[in-house]
Design a protein around this ligand. Structure first.
Ligand SMILES: [Zn+2]
Ligand SMILES: [Zn+2]
Length: 499
């Protein structure tokens, strides 16, 4: 073939795949695969059309140019913003690539215009900018995802349901979505930030619990995607919607009550974190304050790559899993202390596949194991806090006490798991402190720690007790300690310290 007989120009904002499809059908080429073959591409190139890169667009334009009897540069410029990585791709964004992998359509536009608009494939768009109706992610009749075939211009390629029958339902559009309709045509400086906000919301709203584990996400097809995006805008604007989400979270995760609010509201806090430093300053965008409750949870399983489905059998379980790195934010224990506690219950740790090793910890398991450690204070118990003097005098700290209460080394209870107050009987506390002191004295202690604990009344005195390794000798530490506690002195001195 030297050139195509019919050579239409692309329509404004027509998608590249729509243009190729039209070219094919006008020139008697049966389908998009055959069209790509004419251009010298393999069958697998069809999927790549959704995420075409600048150099791929250039080589496709080179292949098209002689067939269209047109300049390759003109072809590139017609589709340039569909391959513009600086606009469409951002690695740090929750949805990295704004281009959806599935075909989305406005049935009304298709009937009147006869082509697919590239904007419909943008992840942050819920509605057709012309008709203000929800975009279709699959056929409303047979629920099949759309395929690139020329039947699509008339109706569903699978069940032949015609688009001309589609009832027109226009919606009120938030001003944020309206503003973001212009991302392709008239990009503005704050668009990238606004895209961060809405894509984070879409992803976290789709899978609130997985979003804690997986930070980089592409949109996978699911049939109610547009509806979901529309609800995401609502979440940003509606106080009512957010409160509803908060309530749902609480109901779903009330088993985590012993671990405190931070653990219960991880998905919401994760969302606020993603939104960055001015989450709710978006309120001026509010267009429509009345809103129906969000239908959140169960999660949209189709939305994210179901990588973690392989890890656990029950959907519920995943709702309680967090990466180990989050533990420190949730619970007051040092990571070291917590690791010791966790590894005594190995079954709660699940390793993700090797390409991204993340230790996941089941919060529900921890909460249920520890629930009986959180109790009201009984009359016999005293309160021990981080600043309690006895702790430093016995060379220990509150984290050790919390840990020993948690793992049943000493009997006591905790005010909450996210606080650092321990309830313990005076006798138990005294005995525990004695053990801590002995432990501390039986191991070398660094001079730095010693000074921090007691202050340094006499540098010279401390100095001659150092061993060659730079740590204070055990007996020397004991000596200083006993002196500070004003108990009878034990004057044993480490060997060599008198030189
Ligand atoms: Zn439309
Ligand atoms: Zn259908």
């Amino acid at each position: 073939m030297s050139h195509f007989g019919v050579r239409p120009y692309p329509e404004p904002s027509e998608s590249l795949s729509s243009y190729l499809l039209r070219l094919a059908s006008l020139n008697g080429i049966p389908n998009i695969t055959a069209m790509l073959r004419v251009l010298g591409y393999s069958q697998s190139s069809e999927k790549k059309l959704c995420h075409i890169r600048p150099y791929q667009l250039e080589s496709m334009a080179d292949a098209l140019a002689p067939l269209l009897k047109r300049d390759a540069a003109d072809i590139v410029s017609a589709f340039k913003n569909q391959a513009d990585a600086s606009l469409l791709y951002k690695p740090s964004r929750m949805i990295q690539d704004l281009r959806t992998q599935h075909i989305r359509i406005c049935p009304h536009c298709i009937v009147s215009d006869g082509y697919l608009d590239f904007q419909w494939s943008m992840a942050h768009i819920a509605h057709c900018p012309k008709h203000h109706s929800l975009l279709l992610d699959s056929c409303p009749l047979c629920d099949q995802p759309f395929s690139l075939s020329s039947e699509l211009f008339v109706g569903c390629p699978h069940c032949y349901h015609p688009w001309s029958d589609s009832p027109l339902e226009s919606h009120k559009i938030s001003s944020l979505e309206m503003q973001l309709w212009q991302v392709l045509t008239t990009p503005q400086a704050d668009h990238q930030f606004l895209l961060d906000v809405i894509t984070s919301t879409i992803a976290i709203y789709a899978r609130p619990y997985d979003s804690v584990h997986q930070e980089t996400i592409r949109v996978f097809h699911f049939s109610e995607y547009s509806h979901h995006v529309s609800k995401s805008y609502e979440l940003i604007f509606s106080d009512k919607a957010r409160k509803h989400w908060q309530r749902t979270c609480f109901e779903q995760r009330s088993g985590l009550m012993p671990l405190g609010d931070k653990a219960i509201y991880i998905p919401i806090n994760n969302w606020l974190r993603q939104l960055g430093h001015y989450p709710m300053s978006l309120t001026p965008f509010i267009a429509d304050k009345k809103s129906e409750p969000l239908s959140l949870l169960p999660e949209y399983q189709e939305f994210l790559k179901p990588l973690r489905l392989r890890l656990t059998t029950s959907v519920d379980d995943r709702r309680y899993q967090i990466p180990k790195r989050f533990l420190r934010e949730l619970l007051p224990l040092s990571p070291h202390a917590f690791q010791r506690f966790i590894t005594t219950h190995n079954e709660s740790i699940i390793h993700q596949p090797p390409q991204k090793p993340v230790e996941i910890i089941d919060l529900k398991f921890i909460a249920s194991t520890l629930a009986n450690k959180v109790r009201h204070r009984s009359a016999q118990q005293i309160i021990v806090e981080p600043k309690s003097i006895g702790l430093s005098q016995h060379l220990t700290n509150i984290n050790h006490l919390i840990l020993d209460v948690l793992i049943d080394v000493v009997e006591g209870s905790l005010e909450r798991l996210d606080s650092k107050r321990v309830y313990i009987s005076a006798e138990n506390y005294r005995n525990w402190l004695d053990v801590q002191l002995k432990k501390a004295c039986s191991a070398p202690i660094s001079a730095k720690k010693m000074k921090r604990t007691f202050g340094c009344p006499n540098d010279e005195f401390l100095h001659y007790m150092y061993t060659t390794e730079g740590v204070m000798g055990m007996a020397g530490a004991q000596y200083q300690l006993i002196k500070s506690l004003q108990r009878p002195m034990d004057l044993s001195v480490p060997a060599g310290a008198n030189d």
